[in-house]
Write a protein that binds this ligand. Sequence first.
Ligand code: HEC
Ligand code: HEC
Length: 191
Amino acid sequence: MKGSAGAILLQLQEKVGYPYTLLTPDMYRWGAGGGASWGTLCGTLAGAANMINLVVPAADVPKLVGELFGWYSSTALPTMNHESYAKFPNKTQSIAGNPLCHASVSNWCAASGFRETDEERLNRCAMLAGDVAAKAIELLNSYHAKNFTPAYKVSAETAKCQGCHVGKTSMLGNTLTNMDCAPCHPNAHKK
Ligand code: HEC
Ligand code: HEC
């Protein structure tokens, strides 16, 4: 099974069943490597967001998906919390900083010294897929138990940038993102 997006579906089929049993992981072949190896949205998140989408009213989808993306961006992954991870020898963790496959994989390669093409990297993404599936299920369970409260908040620095660049009431309204700006715009307004 190649690709983390489909792996999420397989886990939900096993742990939850219907409606996930109606779907095939072949839907997510495109998601490998952040979308045909373009390194955009991490495939695990693409898969998990779709799964959330199917069982939550439209108005609440962005709340749960946003929480999942924020958690992914700011958490040291893989968590190493799952017993099944014992069989993987490499325990390097890294923080992606945003939901992009590119940042996630590159930060892990920098931290671990492995190449993207090494088997350790594939194992790392498999563990990460397990973490994302577990987190998505945790969010859905708390949502259905009516005790879901979003925990993720953008950094104070990014909130400041957004104040002028993002949203109807911002000065410019010329940008649309909740990702931290600084890693991509380290020199903004510093000239
Ligand atoms: C007080 C309002 C304000 C805040 C806060 C603000 N910006 Fe801007 N930003 C502007 C304005 C106005 C322009 C266009 C004029 C200019 O270039 O200064 C701009 C231009 C830019 C540009 C395009 C021009 C360039 O410098 O490359 C980028 C990128 C940018 N901002 C990123 C950011 C980031 C990242 C932050 C947070 C660290 C931020 N901005 C915070 C008002 C703001
Ligand atoms: C993952 C990287 C990434 C992140 C995160 C990101 N940006 Fe950008 N941003 C870009 C790229 C790439 C462009 C296009 C630059 C180009 O074509 O020259 C861009 C363009 C812009 C521009 C227009 C630049 C110009 O020259 O007029 C602004 C303004 C901007 N971003 C603000 C922000 C703000 C504010 C945030 C955070 C809330 C942010 N960006 C987060 C990558 C990013």
